[in-house]
Write a protein that binds this ligand. Structure first.
Ligand code: URA
Length: 238
């Protein structure tokens, strides 16, 4: 992350003001004066000081990742009284977070939750082209022609899907595991794409959103994003 952006996130000053601090040689990176405005820093490792005091980003917002299990709806309350993801996330001090986008009832995996509305808008806006990867298990095999068809776009709900990336992970005992990476966020998109080529979906899980990965997070559990993950998301705000 650029140093001036980092300083601005620390609540220290606007980006322009931060540049002035740097020009005045008041900012140090790991003990050495920063002379270059274009310096990049690693928020996880580097120590930045201004006038000798360590500065860190303000941690005003909550950013979480949840491993949503199958059988939960991605809403804050459900008209049919089904379990919602809010049943899984209990925060102290009455703070509330909201899901960034959706996973359908039968789909599990990575769901980001935050109270940072600007970020939610950015991540869910189609123009931002954030890649989302899914692991799908389907019945039977998939042919190279079908992979080409899926990845070059299929018609769902009367409109062609954008090109996407499809990779066969393994084929075993009459099922195939695929990794599908899309950047659109249409309703039940991956399921509909696979259904459009007559595939029977047995399992669907989201494993990444942009650079944020589900990793080894246990099903039904959540944890705060680490500094590097937060820095990545805040970097999307530009
Ligand atoms: N595609 C789906 O089919 N379901 C989801 O929840 C997300 C993408």
């Amino acid at each position: 992350m650029r140093i001036n952006r980092y300083l601005a996130l620390c609540g220290l000053a606007s980006r322009r003001k931060s540049e002035q601090f740097i020009a005045e040689k008041r900012v140090k990176l790991n003990g050495r004066i920063i002379n270059d405005l274009a310096v990049d820093i690693n928020p996880d490792k580097d120590i930045v000081t201004v006038d000798g005091k360590t500065v860190k980003p303000a941690e005003d917002f909550i950013y979480l990742k949840l491993n949503k299990p199958k059988g939960y709806v991605t809403t804050t309350n459900d008209e049919f009284n089904r379990p919602t993801i809010m049943d899984l996330v209990k925060l102290p001090d009455g703070r509330r977070v909201y899901p960034v986008g959706r996973l359908d009832y039968d789909t599990e995996g990575l769901l980001l939750l935050t109270d940072d509305g600007d970020l939610t808008n950015i991540l869910t806006h189609p123009s931002h082209n954030i890649n989302k990867s899914y692991i799908a298990r389907i019945k039977g095999a998939i042919t190279p022609e079908e992979i080409i068809k899926l990845s070059s776009g299929v018609i769902i709900d009367g409109k062609k899907t954008a090109p996407c990336h499809v990779k066969v992970l393994e084929f075993e005992e009459k099922t195939t595991r695929l990794e599908i990476t899309i950047h659109e966020g249409r309703n039940r998109q991956v399921r509909k794409m696979l259904e459009s080529i007559d595939k029977d979906i047995q399992f669907l899980k989201r494993v990444s959103v942009g650079d944020i990965r589900l990793g080894g997070l246990t099903r039904g559990k959540y944890r705060p994003l680490n500094k590097k993950e937060i820095a990545y998301l805040l970097g999307l705000k530009g």
